[in-house]
Design a protein around this ligand. Structure first.
Ligand code: GLA
Length: 716
């Protein structure tokens, strides 16, 4: 307690980032976020800071000011959404007022325990700064009474600075994930996801900041709910001028009922603060993802069979494609949908996880041995374990294992229903099928798909959407425990299930079914705000995109794929020798630079005219960098503006090298920039502050530029 205020102050500084978190805990009432942002001096007198924040009492408002707390309480006069909403038959639980029980120090932050004796509820709030600088928050609510408690809401709340008046977020659809939108934040903003999975429309993240924040400037805060299902995200403000973010799992009516002593927890709510724009915010999320991923080896180049053959699995062609892939340098071959019993189109067979005897009379081993032993690649296999087609042996035997209310017509999507994983028999069946195939075959990699939204998450009286996601996490956890060397990719009709919740169990996301490199440039930029490039599956598709019919040269497709976890999803048997040689070159660049791309820091650098963008990766020691400058649309001016590459060591000399580029047909230019074919050596300050002139590119083309530190003596 400080200065008789009856308030405890809890301060934490992140290990790797200069950030400070200060929580004020009053005896009565819920904890307040006194500060989260750039580091405060250690000697800061927190009780004086607290005093300086106590506002006057305005006319026409509550007689006692209602604090902007971490657990807003309706019972104390909070007029917006409270942290907890619950009902019971034996006592009032709908207006909980919290009192402090105790505070426990955790490795990162504190666990603050609170209770309300009238409501007979307790809540514990874990909050702290992770070494990455990311703030982590999680709530657990416990029923301490005798009667049941029905929980409508358990929401994490994060107050933000009152000067944050702009907001940025995402929208999307199939083949157009992570589309960015922003607006002034002068009204309540709400994202409500009832799709069962996160969906393309509702990536669970939002960014707020001061007016005009950009990639490299302005104070911003990005927040993300680590959950793969129904959710609400809100950015709101009060009449007093407080601004805050709120994040919760959206519980359907009657979904969460706590018996005596039962608890429910929120997922993690993560937030990163930056005083210097969005890139520094993203870098903290990237660091946080990397700390969780702990990747054991470099990301191998993939070949995925989907757009090459779809459901048409023919051993001769599959082997020929594997050989062509190995010849250009592919390292992992993934057999996509179509390999299991009766799966000849998307209308039947999901649930029947047995190898198709017609397509594979000798099982999968002949293909796997060829891929692994003769060609030296890893082998991966596609599954969609949470699903069942009504036209399947599984459904015919167990119609009650599907999530659907028998009294209503089932709402089908892609001709399929969701399997009720919260039902022990269904869970056991799927677990047994997967374990049996993983034991029979040496599978290195699983592409775990999930191809539909759903809104009937139960066959019973109460909905079970929350239990479904928890069962999925349990199943993925079981598999990781039993097969620790096998990697799992999260795919959901492309990028409909991308979040830190499922990232705890998976190593890669399929960002989109759209392999059109132009669309990918926007999708991947959106993806990069919260997730690092090494988890972003990005493939070189065929010349003519299967989802947009656009045609792009190999350089634009490959340079775009280089920005993530590189793969090929193209029938190489249809590629000519020149294309195969080009792709092989790009693969070599990827292999040479993947440590830098996947361990270094990454920046998004928009062009001043908005028609081009640069992705810039710099090694942690700042001695090696790689830039992909992509011309997305016709430039607005006749010359490009100099490309400035941030964060290089100012006095260090660097060699600038053009490594690859799209064709430069010359109709936009009479002559290339003077340095283009020369040995250019510049110091870091010049590269960061003066920049490089580039040629004028056609729309939908790009250039790959390498920056390598050189010893001072090399410069003559
Ligand atoms: C989804 C995935 C694709 C592919 C198909 C197979 O659409 O996103 O990559 O695996 O399913 O049916």
């Amino acid at each position: 307690m400080k200065n008789g205020l009856n308030i405890g102050f809890y301060r934490q500084d992140s290990k790797d980032q200069s950030k400070t978190l200060v929580i004020a805990c009053p005896k009565q009432g819920s904890p307040e976020l006194l500060y989260f942002g750039d580091a405060l001096p250690v000697q800061t007198d927190l009780s004086s800071v607290y005093m300086s924040q106590q506002a006057g009492i305005p006319q026409a408002m509550m007689d006692k000011p209602v604090p902007m707390s971490l657990l807003p309480e309706a019972g104390r006069g909070w007029l917006q959404t409270p942290a907890v909403e619950a009902s019971a038959e034996d006592r009032p639980t709908w207006a909980a007022c919290w009192s402090l029980l105790d505070v426990e120090a955790l490795e990162s932050g504190f666990k603050i325990r609170l209770e309300d004796n009238v409501a007979q509820l307790s809540v514990s709030l874990s909050i702290g700064l992770l070494p990455s600088g990311v703030l982590r928050q999680q709530l657990t609510l416990t029923n301490q009474g005798q009667g049941d408690v029905m929980v409508q809401r358990l929401a994490c709340t994060l107050p933000v600075a009152a000067r944050f008046t702009e907001r940025m977020g995402f929208y999307g659809r199939w083949c157009q994930e992570f589309q960015q939108e922003r607006s002034d934040w002068h009204a309540t903003w709400l994202q409500e996801n009832r799709n069962g999975r996160n969906s393309q429309a509702n990536f669970p993240a939002v960014m707020v900041g001061e007016q005009g924040f950009g990639e490299q400037q302005g104070e911003v805060l990005g927040a993300h709910l680590a959950w793969s299902g129904n959710h609400r995200l809100k950015a709101d403000y009060t009449a007093e001028g407080h601004r805050y973010l709120q994040a919760e799992v959206l519980y359907l009516s009657g979904e969460i009922i706590l018996a005596a002593n039962e608890s429910i927890s929120t997922p993690e709510f993560l937030a990163a603060h930056s005083g210097t724009g969005l890139n520094a915010m993203s870098q903290q999320f990237h660091q946080e993802a990397r700390a969780r991923l702990q990747l054991a080896k470099p990301r191998p180049v993939h070949l995925n069979t989907w757009e090459a053959f779809y459901f048409d699995h023919d051993m001769t062609k599959l082997k020929a494609l594997a050989k062509a892939a190995a010849d250009v340098g592919v390292e992992r071959y993934i057999l996509d949908d179509g390999w299991f019993r009766g799966r000849n189109n998307d209308k039947a067979a999901l649930g029947d996880w047995f190898v198709d005897e017609n397509k594979y009379p000798d099982g999968l081993m002949p293909l796997i041995s060829y891929v692994k032993e003769e060609l030296g690649m890893e082998f991966g296999l596609w599954f969609e374990p949470e699903m069942v087609n009504p036209d399947s042996d599984l459904f015919r035997a167990h119609p009650d294992w599907a999530l659907q209310l028998p009294q209503y017509e089932p709402a089908l999507a892609r001709n399929q229903l969701v399997l009720n994983l919260a039902k022990p028999e269904a869970y056991q069946y799927i677990r047994e099928r997967l374990f049996s195939l993983f034991t029979e075959y040496p599978i290195d990699y699983v592409k775990w798909d999930m191809n539909r939204d759903y809104s009937q998450p139960s066959g019973d009286i109460a909905p079970q959407a929350h239990a479904q996601v928890e069962a999925l996490y349990r199943l993925l956890g079981d598999i990781n425990d039993a097969f620790p060397a096998m990697e799992i990719e999260s795919c959901s009709s492309g990028g409909a299930r991308v979040d830190f919740g499922i990232l705890n169990f998976t190593k890669r996301f399929w960002a989109s079914d759209c392999n059109d490199a132009l669309e990918r440039q926007t999708i991947q930029r959106g993806f990069s705000y919260f997730l690092p490039p090494e988890v972003m599956g990005s493939h070189v598709g065929p010349d003519k995109s299967h989802t947009t019919s656009r045609v792009h040269d190999v350089a634009f497709r490959a340079g775009t794929a280089l920005l993530g976890h590189f793969g090929i999803e193209w029938n190489l048997l249809e590629a000519n020798d020149e294309q195969k040689a080009t792709i092989s070159n790009w693969l070599s660049h990827y292999k040479r630079h993947r440590a830098l791309l996947h361990d270094g820091k990454n920046w998004r650098l928009p062009s001043a005219d908005g028609r081009a963008q640069t992705q810039w990766a710099l090694s942690q020691d700042r001695l090696q960098g790689l830039a992909v400058y992509s011309q997305l649309a016709m430039p607005k001016q006749a010359q490009t503006l100099p490309l400035c590459l941030p964060n290089l060591l100012p006095d260090q000399l660097y060699r600038v090298e053009v490594l690859e580029h799209s064709p430069l047909p010359g109709h936009l230019m009479k002559a290339l920039p003077a340095w283009w074919k020369q040995d250019l050596i510049l110091n870091g300050a010049s590269l960061s502050q003066v920049g490089l002139q580039l040629p004028i590119f056609d729309p939908e083309s790009l250039v790959l530029i390498g920056i390598q530190a050189v010893p001072a003596m090399e410069k003559h």
